[in-house]
Design a protein around this ligand. Structure first.
Ligand SMILES: Cc1cc2nc3c(=O)[nH]c(=O)nc-3n(C[C@H](O)[C@H](O)[C@H](O)COP(=O)(O)OP(=O)(O)OC[C@H]3O[C@@H](n4cnc5c(N)ncnc54)[C@H](O)[C@@H]3O)c2cc1C
Length: 558
C-alpha cells in the first residue's frame, strides 16, 4: 500500500506528523481576528477519536464472511480508525462534521482489494447481497463524493483502492503508461520520472489523491493549461462494474460512435470502479520557469489570459489572483515582520506606476524544452506589457512553486481557532466571466455576513482564475470566515446554497474540477437537463442495475 493511512490525519488534512507552522503565532491570530471583524479568536479543538462513539457495524456475519473469503481477513477492516478515516472526504463540510464527532456515515467495513478480479468479486457479492459500495481513492473529495452513505441499503462498505498501485507498463514509444488506479500522485510521478516522463497532473491534493479519483472527478491539475486535464490525458480505462468489466478507449482517435471513455470520466464511482488506466505521458521538462506579474486590475489580467489562451501561447499555468486574494496574501506574509526601507521603496514604486489596491498578482509557469519556454514566455511578456502589467521576476514564481501543496495545511490550525475556510469553483465563457465573478463574490459576501456569529463579523472572499481555455475560464473562490459555533452546518449550507444558486443563475457550471458528489446534487439537473439526467440513469441501470454503486452521488434519486 503506497500510503499508510495511520500516518495521515483522520479528521483533517495531510500527514499527522506535519508541524503546525501557525501555532504560537499570536500576531497572526490577532491580525486575522481584525480581518474577520472579531474581537478575538477562540480555541475550538477537534474531538479526539477515542471520545467518539461510532455507529454499530450493520454488516451481517454472512456478508463479512463472503468478503473475507474473497480478500482475506486482514483486508476486511472494521476497526474504529479505519471506519472513522473513511466516513467522509476532506471538504470543509466533511472536516467540520468529523471534528464535531459526527461519524454517522462511517462505513460498516473497509475493503482493500489487490486486483481487478478481486474488485469484480466484491462488486458482484455486494450487488447480490444488497450492500452499498463506496469507491475510495485518496478520499480527498471536497464535494461529499466518498461519504459512506448506505442510501436505500442496510449497510455500506468502502472499497479503498490504495492497495492497487502498480505500474503495469510504460510504453516509451507510444508515450503511454498503464497503471492501477489506486496509485497516488507522488508514487506515479516517481515511477514515470525514473523513465524520463511525467503526467504533469499536479492538483493541490497531489500528495494524497489517486489516478482513479482524478479520472472519476475529471480533475484538473495546477498545470492543466500545458498538460491538459483528465479528459486530455486519459487514453483508456477498465471499469469494473457489478455486471463485469467495461473496457473503454485505447485508440489515439476513433470515429466509432460516442466514446465510452466519457462515461468513465467524471463517473464518481456510481457506475463502477476504475481498476486500470492508460495515461498519455510526456518527457520531463528540461526547463521549468515560474514568474510573477502584477496587473492593474482583475479585468486586465483576465484579458491577458484570454489573449494568451486564444493565441495558443504554450504556458503551463496562468494563475491570476483577484485584488482581495492579492492583498490578503501580501498582508498575511507581512504579519509580524518589520517593514524595512526596501518594502517602503517597493510601495512607492508601485504607487508611482499607478498600482493601487485593485492590483492583481499573476503567476505564469512555462515548462518544456528551452526554446519553447523562451518563445512562450516572450509571447506572454508581450501580452502582459500590452495590458500595462509589471513583471515581478522569478522570485514570486519560485516561492509559489515551492509552496504549491502547502495551502491546505493551514485549514486545520484555522479551524482550531474558530475560523472557517472553504472553497468552491466554477467556469463559464469569457463573455460571462465577469458577471459570474461579481455575482458569486456578492452571494458569498452576503451569505457570510448573514450567517455571521456576531454583529460586524465578516468574511474575506477571494478568487483566482487558474484554468483557461480559448472559450472561457474557471473561477476558484476561497472564503475565510468566523464560524458560527453551534450552528456551523447551517452556516455552511447557507453559504453554499447562495453561491451555487448564483452560479446556476449566471451561466456557470456547478463545478469545473471538484465534481458533484452529494453537495452539488441539488444543482445538477439544472445543468444537465431532465433528459440528460435520464441518460445518466439509463447508463447506471445498464452497469449497476441494483444501484449499489456509491448511492446518493452525482445522479439525483428518481
Ligand atoms: C486541499 C485540496 C486540494 C484540491 N485540489 C484539487 C485540484 O487542484 N484539482 C482537482 O482536480 N481537484 C482538487 N481537489 C479535489 C480532489 O482532490 C480531487 O477531486 C481528486 O481527484 C480526488 O482524488 P482521490 O483519489 O482523493 O479521490 P476520492 O476522494 O477518493 O474519490 C473521489 C470520487 O471518485 C470516486 N473514485 C475514487 N477512486 C475511484 C476509482 N478507482 N474508480 C471509480 N471511482 C473512484 C469516489 O467514489 C468519489 O466519487 C482538492 C481537494 C483538496 C482537499
Amino acid at each position: 500500500m503506497s500510503i499508510d493511512r495511520t500516518k495521515i490525519q483522520w479528521n483533517g488534512w495531510g500527514w499527522a506528523a506535519h508541524q503546525d507552522d501557525l501555532a504560537g503565532n499570536e500576531a497572526l491570530w490577532t491580525w486575522l481576528a481584525g480581518e474577520l471583524g472579531m474581537p478575538a479568536l477562540l480555541a475550538t479543538p477537534a474531538r479526539p477519536l477515542e471520545s467518539i462513539a461510532l455507529p454499530p457495524v450493520r454488516l451481517s456475519a454472512d456478508a463479512r464472511e463472503r468478503f473475507t473469503a474473497l480478500l482475506g481477513a486482514d483486508r476486511v477492516r472494521d476497526d474504529a480508525y479505519e471506519r472513522a478515516f473513511h466516513a467522509l472526504g476532506r471538504s470543509y463540510h466533511d472536516v467540520l462534521r468529523m471534528r464535531a464527532g459526527d461519524l454517522s456515515t462511517a462505513p460498516d467495513a473497509v475493503l482493500y482489494p489487490r486486483s481487478g478480479d478481486e474488485v469484480l468479486g466484491v462488486l458482484a457479492a455486494a450487488a447480490e447481497l444488497g450492500i452499498a459500495v463506496v469507491p475510495y481513492g485518496g478520499g480527498t473529495s471536497v464535494v461529499g463524493a466518498v461519504t459512506a452513505s448506505a442510501g436505500p441499503f442496510k449497510s455500506a462498505i468502502t472499497v479503498d483502492l490504495s492497495g492497487m498501485d502498480r505500474i503495469v507498463e510504460i510504453d516509451p514509444v507510444s508515450r503511454t503508461a498503464t497503471v492501477e488506479a489506486g496509485i497516488h500522485g507522488p508514487a506515479l510521478e516517481k515511477a514515470l520520472g525514473a523513465r524520463g516522463f511525467t503526467l504533469g497532473h499536479f492538483p493541490q491534493s497531489f500528495e494524497f489523491s489517486t489516478v482513479g479519483g482524478w479520472i472519476a472527478h475529471r480533475g484538473a491539475g495546477q498545470g492543466s493549461h500545458g498538460y491538459g486535464r483528465a479528459q486530455d490525458w486519459l487514453a483508456a480505462a477498465k471499469l469494473a462494474t457489478p455486471r463485469g468489466v467495461l473496457g473503454a478507449g485505447g485508440f489515439p482517435g476513433s470515429s466509432a460512435g460516442p466514446q465510452l471513455l466519457d462515461l468513465v470520466l467524471g463517473s464518481e464511482g456510481v457506475f463502477g470502479i476504475v481498476t486500470e488506466a492508460t495515461l498519455r505521458i510526456v518527457p520531463v521538462p528540461a526547463v521549468s520557469d515560474y514568474r510573477g506579474y502584477l496587473f492593474r486590475d482583475f479585468a486586465s489580467g483576465a484579458a491577458a489570459i484570454r489573449e494568451a489562451a486564444q493565441a495558443g501561447v504554450a504556458a503551463t499555468m496562468l494563475r491570476l489572483s483577484d485584488a482581495a486574494e492579492t492583498r490578503f496574501y501580501r498582508a498575511y506574509g507581512a504579519v509580524g515582520k518589520r517593514r524595512g526601507l526596501r518594502d517602503r521603496l517597493a510601495d512607492l514604486v508601485l504607487s508611482q506606476r499607478g498600482f493601487d489596491d485593485k492590483a492583481c498578482a499573476l503567476i505564469a509557469g512555462f515548462e518544456g524544452e528551452a526554446d519553447g519556454v523562451t518563445r512562450a514566455r516572450a509571447a506572454f511578456d508581450a501580452i502582459a506589457r500590452r495590458h500595462k502589467a509589471m513583471a515581478l521576476g522569478e522570485g514570486q514564481g519560485r516561492r509559489w512553486k515551492a509552496g504549491r501543496f502547502h495551502g491546505p495545511y493551514l485549514r486545520d490550525p484555522m479551524m482550531d481557532r474558530g475560523v472557517g475556510v472553504d472553497t468552491l469553483e466554477t467556469a463559464t465563457s469569457w463573455s460571462k466571466l465577469n458577471d459570474l465573478y461579481v455575482a458569486v463574490q456578492s452571494a458569498l459576501t452576503g451569505a457570510i455576513q448573514g450567517s455571521a456569529p456576531r454583529e460586524g463579523a465578516r468574511g474575506v472572499v477571494q478568487c483566482h482564475i487558474s484554468h483557461a481555455y480559448p472559450d472561457g475560464a474557471s473561477l476558484y473562490f476561497t472564503y475565510i470566515f468566523p464560524r458560527a459555533l453551534e450552528r456551523e452546518i447551517e452556516q455552511w449550507r447557507a453559504i453554499k446554497t447562495a453561491a451555487s444558486d448564483a452560479i446556476a443563475a449566471n451561466g456557470g457550471t456547478i463545478s469545473h474540477h471538484h465534481g458533484v458528489g452529494e453537495d452539488h446534487l441539488p444543482w445538477i439537473a439544472h445543468e444537465k437537463g431532465a433528459l440528460g439526467i435520464d441518460v445518466l440513469r439509463a447508463v447506471k441501470m445498464a452497469l449497476d442495475p441494483k444501484g449499489v454503486m456509491n448511492p446518493g452521488k452525482l445522479i439525483p434519486p428518481v
